[in-house]
Design a protein around this ligand. Structure first.
Ligand SMILES: [Ca+2]
Ligand SMILES: [Ca+2]
Ligand SMILES: [Ca+2]
Length: 303
């Protein structure tokens, strides 16, 4: 069944050491392919409050059995969880279409939570069984979420990027710690250990937000500003990696003007590559960064 692919994820669902591929399709199909691209299972999401279009897919262990489950968020106002072999486990109505999500053990109890960002004024955090833990109100539109150990190694904070131009940081229990206005939509956020590979590395992460305003910001765990940088074009995609040269963190930003800019851990530009078309998506892979550009081309390069 041909349809636009809205989201893609990869992980070893059956434990054979090879990654399966999870696709979220615009026609409502959630599809799991083997590493040689045979369909292992699929589920057609139903129409509910709106179209069943699958907006995002991700993978993580929800029930602590060491095997991943598959989570998807749909335009139909629901998030769904499926077992690795395709049985539906639960769905949860987040009220308004799904726009972003993540899985992480934010309260440090050894079990993962599911973070669900919507097109409306909310972001919900669910227990692994699909029941609600807490919700944060902001927005409209939660474009991106990431969880990291910002303050301590036990619990995690959540950074969310909103269409309203703000980055928000919440503590593990939903307490809002920071609201910062970048002036334009924040479509990408990350949690990255910027001290990795240095004498200052204590295993903590830094919240990072990238804006359509051309600016990228990084904070410390005490939420003081660590650095910011003007990349000269709206930031459409964002990834982090570890530099093979020195083992330190690097940030890779895909820009509307077609450049991919690699920043060091202090926000200084290391290099810039011109892909000549807006860099709409990037993916980390064993071969390097895979970038999709607006002219329909894929590029693979070392960051
Ligand atoms: Ca596998
Ligand atoms: Ca599991
Ligand atoms: Ca937990």
């Amino acid at each position: 069944m041909k349809s636009t692919i809205n989201s893609i994820a990869a992980g070893d669902l059956d434990g054979d050491g090879m990654d399966e591929i999870v696709l979220g399709l615009d026609n409502g199909l959630l599809q799991v392919l083997s590493s040689n691209l045979e369909t292992l299972w699929s589920q057609m999401i139903e129409r509910y409050r709106s179209s069943p279009s699958v907006q995002l897919v991700f993978i993580g262990d929800l029930n602590n059995d060491g095997r991943p489950e598959v989570i998807c968020g749909s335009e139909n106002w629901r998030f769904y969880a499926f077992s690795a072999d395709g049985r539906q486990l639960w769905h949860y109505e987040v009220v308004h279409p799904s726009r972003s999500g993540a899985i992480a053990d934010i309260d440090g109890d050894g079990r993962n939570e599911v973070i669900c960002g919507t097109h409306y004024y909310s972001m919900s955090v669910l227990n692994g069984n699909g029941t609600r833990k807490w919700a944060a109100s902001f927005g409209p539109i939660c474009r991106a979420v990431a969880a990291g150990h910002f303050k301590n190694v036990k619990t995690m904070g959540v950074i969310a990027g909103s269409e309203n131009g703000n980055a928000y940081i919440m503590d593990y229990d939903g307490t809002r710690l920071l609201e910062f206005n970048t002036g334009e939509a924040v479509n990408n956020v990350l949690a990255v250990n910027l001290d990795l590979g240095t004498d200052n590395d204590v295993g903590l992460d830094n919240p990072i937000a990238a804006s359509y305003s051309n600016f990228i910001y990084a904070w410390n765990g005490d939420l003081s500003r660590r650095w910011y940088s003007n990349l000269g074009s709206p930031i459409l995609s964002l990834k982090s990696a570890v530099s093979p040269e020195n083992g330190q963190s690097i940030i890779i930003a895909g820009l509307k003007d077609g450049r991919v800019v690699t920043l060091d851990r202090n926000g200084a530009t290391l290099r810039s590559t011109d892909l000549e078309s807006p860099v709409v998506l990037m993916l980390n892979s064993a071969n390097g960064i895979i970038a999709a550009t607006g002219d329909g081309r894929l590029h693979c390069f070392k960051p």
